[in-house]
Design a protein around this ligand. Sequence first.
Ligand code: SAM
Length: 271
Amino acid sequence: MSDFLSDADFELYRKLVYDASGIHFSATNRSILESRLKERLREKKIESLAAYYKLLLSDKEELKTLLDSVTTNLTRFFRNQPHFDALEHYVLPELIKLKGSSGERKIRIWSAGCSTGEEPYTIAMLLKDCLPAPWSFEVVASDISLKSLMVAKEGFYPDARMQGVPEAFLAKYFDKKAGGYQIKDEIKKFVRFDYHNLKNDSGLRDLDVVFCRNVLIYFDEAAQKATIERFWDAMASKSFLFIGHSESLFGMNTKFEFVKTDWACFYRKFI
Ligand SMILES: C[S@@+](CC[C@H](N)C(=O)[O-])C[C@H]1O[C@@H](n2cnc3c(N)ncnc32)[C@H](O)[C@@H]1O
């Protein structure tokens, strides 16, 4: 047990973080919560965990900062390529067939838990490249981490973070700058970044595709199920849901159906 974070404080703080975000701290990742709390106390020049807790109850902005600090924002362009192959070769042709017959020519995608933007920009580059005219699309991208959203909106990525981006996309959709690459406005304009906590209803409706990859792993089962149910409400009939390849809805008793294709597995709302 640590001198800084007693068992009682750990319980108090992990409940606060969980209730506010769904992010679940177990005994094994307790040290992460502890180090983030230490940082916040140092930064705010606050002496005790009790005083900081009191502050959190009245200061919504500080609660947002704490939540931001406990998130894991690891991501990369074209992460889990088979998902993007499935998007290109299965999902888009299906949507074109389905929506085309109703006369609609727009595809709406949500990247939920988009971190620093690599996922929504990957989606936007892909759709820009392979959606035939006169089809258009929009990508809504949201996260609880304001720091990550700032990077995402800026759209500048250091050289080291560009692995996985095909040469042709690098040349077409980025400008080379000192130390990295700047995503071009012609891609940026398709992506709308928003602060959104998956604990709450997004208000989004009629989405054709939802990507929520490598986010649910930080939630416990109850928060995962509640989030998945909110996705259901936000999605159109016959739409598609991609979750991380180490995540699963197995045993969750949801209405989504598991779909296995030549490229990747995902879930579908058939109704
Ligand atoms: C590991 S990143 C995944 C990024 C991207 N989806 C990918 O697969 O590469 C997880 C992201 O989920 C976000 N996140 C965690 N809890 C959240 C919540 N309650 N609401 C919205 N975003 C959340 C974190 O801030 C983080 O940026």
